[in-house]
Design a protein around this ligand. Sequence first.
Ligand SMILES: Nc1ncnc2c1ncn2[C@@H]1O[C@H](COP(=O)(O)OP(=O)(O)OP(=O)(O)O)[C@@H](O)[C@H]1O
Ligand SMILES: [Mg+2]
Length: 454
Amino acid sequence: MDRVGILIVEDEEAQRSLLGGLLRKEGYTVGEASDGAGALALFQKEIFEIVLLDYRLPDTDGLSLLKQIKEINPGTEVVMITAFGSIENAVGALKAGASEYLTKPIDLDDLLFKLRKIEEKTYLVRENMVLRETLRDRFKSEEFVYQSEKMHEVSSLVVRIAKTDSTCIISGESGVGKEVVLNMIHALSERKSFPLIKVNCAAIPETLLESELFGYEKGAFTGAYQRKAGKFELADKGTIFLDEIGDIPLLLQSKLLRVIQEREIERLGGTHPIKVDVRIIAATNRNLEEEVRKGTFREDLYYRLNVVNIVVPPLRERKEDIPLLLDFFLKKYNVKHKKNIKGLTREARDVLVRYDYPGNVRELENIVERAVVLTRGDHISSEDLPNLAEQAMGASDSGIRGTVESLERSMIIEALVNADWVQTKAAATLGLSERMLRYKIKKYSIIKSARPAG
Ligand SMILES: Nc1ncnc2c1ncn2[C@@H]1O[C@H](COP(=O)(O)OP(=O)(O)OP(=O)(O)O)[C@@H](O)[C@H]1O
Ligand SMILES: [Mg+2]
């Protein structure tokens, strides 16, 4: 078992190196700082589960440093060292969140005993997390349904790379299941008990994307009232998912490249880099090689990300999966809508297997949910299916969300038709940024068509 990391903050050099030597011999990873500023700098760069903190420091006092440490990472255990007899200080430290206190001169056996106790607690918390996640993973993996040879290949690639840390790009048309693949990779990885943080690069306005990803310091810009951790920091030890990576503006692409190379980030307005241990997985439904040729995506970043490329094929190229997916979603929506529909009529199945699904699995899922809601009998019949020729225009949905979305979708189509499909013009009439419009066009699988909006 790896022992935890301990940061010793103590200004007396002799005392510090004595403690450092002892703890290293015990197998702990040890960091040393002689004042508050040095301690914070180290703390932000490396991971320490426990901080051994002298109450009296040259540039600050132990209590305020304790608060700062807890603010950066509330999970950190702090052991406060106070002068002999200053019991008020010790009580104050415990109130402020210290786990233990020791008085000088330090009884080394007592110190080791207390550290061991804290360490065990840390492991227990972690194991608990792992256990919870494992159960959730089992549940999750049942959400990945397939039968086709093509998806079998995808799935075995997922299993092979999950345990590695390699960066990868998941590509495929909208709705094919890229996010399902991502969830599988994370769930099967060693990082599974740590966060999986998802960032949709197309949905976040360009101006906010950088601070979302990297965080900011208090006062970094107007409105930055307090420091905020970015998604990369939140994903530490886990996985970050950069969805719609093709939408990252060029300037940010170079910053991202730096993060991948250096394994560290810098908060906006920050003065020093922060180490992060994050696995990066990106997804796109664009052709990134094409974007590289056009100069809108950095070639070096592309090669850095594309260590492994997982291509999820469109549903029309793996029709064997359709029957299984139909049954899977039928079950899912029976539960959700408290129905007990037994199956699909042969005719309905025929229609659904023959259909081409421009919106892929998501579209199939929407069709099934809608039919489950509409159907009066105990089988879904072809009457419960939408007109699939019109359906080819994009996804439909049910419920209030579906209504809003289909309304939004028709407004967008109308604006596009009126603007002769010039996106800048359509975006202006809709009051959307061009980027948001592009995102929505993709989301709703809107395809340029000669037909008027309907
Ligand atoms: N193999 C599968 N088994 C079960 N459900 C699936 C499968 N593939 C996709 N789905 C479901 O289909 C829907 C769309 O999948 P997902 O969101 O992963 O697509 P995507 O490729 O990320 O799409 P987009 O490009 O629009 O982001 C989700 O509800 C997902 O759960
Ligand atoms: Mg997705």
